[in-house]
Write a protein that binds this ligand. Structure first.
Ligand SMILES: [Zn+2]
Length: 421
């Protein structure tokens, strides 16, 4: 009895096993069938697209490239466009993005001469609305092209319709920021030592009436405001520049301006008041000169607005306005009001008029810069400074700036416009 029961149980187990195997097999077969159908459909589609690409005019190698790079659905998109040999080059571009295929091909269909590189670059940067021209091509492929400037190149080009080379030069020089058109005249002024971009339009204008002048001379003159008359286009001096403030025939101080830290000069060094920092620098200079047996004297330092006013008015009544203007500043326009300027004499002769003939002058002329002073109104620069040569007038600007001005033989007008303003 027990044996028969065992047999029945065994049989039942066997039947269950068989059923399971059959089920699994069925599933496997189904999966294989679906896969086979898929591959089949794919093959048919693939084969179909190959034929269609051939019909479009693509060569065998081109079709290989296309099928190697694109998914079938992209190929179907591609098939809705006409054949163009640039299409394959677009696909091969290293920044090619399959999701943008439509836009590349749209752009190409509008501009058949566009290069694959230009198309991919413009579309990738959302610039496919641009009217493509050979100049755009020159811009994108220029050796000085900078990707970060793309939008600026394109808008400068659209605004002025200059050739690609000019657009690159102009934008790389930030001319677009100042709204300056780059023409043959502007180009003359680019890349010069003291070119101030904001002045380019003024250089251009000045050049028109001074074509005989050297380009650097035009830059010097315009930077020094010489394209304007003295005492015209005047503006308030920029007090925020501290020791580097400029006061001349274009920049003035208000009648109420008094420097904040004036100190009284000890009678061993001179008379009157100057700004403390300039005073300390002077004492150093004085001591260095004294070691050589030379003794400087500050004859005329800080002058108030009202003092300058009475001085100037006296000169005007004596010599007339035109003459007075060559050696005396109008009130508010005097550097002496800054507290940073001083007229020098010697200890034995306080007269500034005799200073040039002294040994002290010979020494000061060569060494003042080491202590932060510049000869403010040099010989030969009268037309720039607006003042006659003043061997006695020194201005404190600090040692670094004084050294530069001394070594480069420029006026403070030029220095200020280029480095300080
Ligand atoms: Zn002076």
């Amino acid at each position: 009895m027990e044996q028969t029961e065992k047999k029945i149980v065994k049989k039942k187990k066997k039947t269950r096993k068989l059923k399971l195997v059959a089920k699994i097999s069925l599933v496997v077969i189904l999966i294989l069938l679906i896969a086979w159908a898929g591959v089949g459909i794919y093959m048919i589609q693939h084969k179909g697209n190959t034929v269609k690409l051939q019909e479009k005019g693509f060569a065998k190698e081109e079709i290989q490239d296309i099928q190697h790079t694109l998914r079938e659905e992209s190929i179907e998109t591609l098939l809705t466009y006409d054949y163009h040999k640039t299409i394959v080059n677009i696909i091969k571009e290293k920044d090619f993005q399959e999701t943008l295929l439509n836009r590349y091909l749209d752009f190409l269909s509008h501009y058949e001469t566009a290069s694959a590189h230009d198309i991919v670059f413009l579309v990738n940067h959302d610039q496919d609305k641009i009217a493509y021209t050979p100049d755009i091509h020159d811009i994108l492929n220029h050796k000085n092209f900078q990707e970060k400037n793309l939008d600026r190149y394109l808008s400068y080009y659209q605004k002025y319709e200059l050739d690609g080379d000019k657009v690159i030069v102009a934008v790389n020089s930030d001319l677009d920021k100042e709204d300056i058109v780059l023409d043959d005249t502007t180009s003359l002024f680019l890349g010069r030592t003291y070119t101030v971009k904001a002045n380019l339009n003024r250089y251009q204008k000045y050049y028109q009436s001074h074509k005989n002048l050297d380009i650097d001379e035009i830059i010097t003159r315009v930077n020094s405001n010489l394209d304007k008359e003295f005492y015209t286009n005047t503006q308030k001096a920029d007090l925020s520049k501290g020791n580097l403030i400029i006061v001349n025939k274009f920049y003035y101080l208000s009648s109420s301006y008094v420097p904040s830290d004036l100190v009284t000069i000890s009678s061993s060094y001179g008379r009157g008041q100057v700004k403390e920092e300039a005073y300390n620098a002077f004492i150093k200079m004085y001591n260095a000169a004294a070691k050589e047996g030379l003794y400087l004297y500050i004859s005329s330092p800080y002058r108030s607005y009202s003092r300058q006013k009475s001085l100037y008015n006296n000169y005007v009544s004596k010599d007339g306005k035109a003459e007075a203007d060559t050696y005396s500043a109008r009130p508010g326009f005097s550097e002496h009001q800054t507290g940073l300027a001083m007229d020098l004499g010697t200890k034995s002769n306080h007269s500034i008029d005799d200073f040039e003939k002294s040994k002290e002058f010979v020494w000061t002329k060569e060494h003042a810069y080491e202590y932060g002073f510049i000869l403010r109104y040099p010989k030969g620069k009268e037309y720039i400074t607006g003042y006659i040569y003043e061997p006695w007038h020194y201005r404190y600007v600090g040692t670094e700036v004084a050294k530069y001005i001394y070594e480069h033989d420029i006026t403070y007008e030029e220095y200020y416009e280029y480095f300080v303003k």
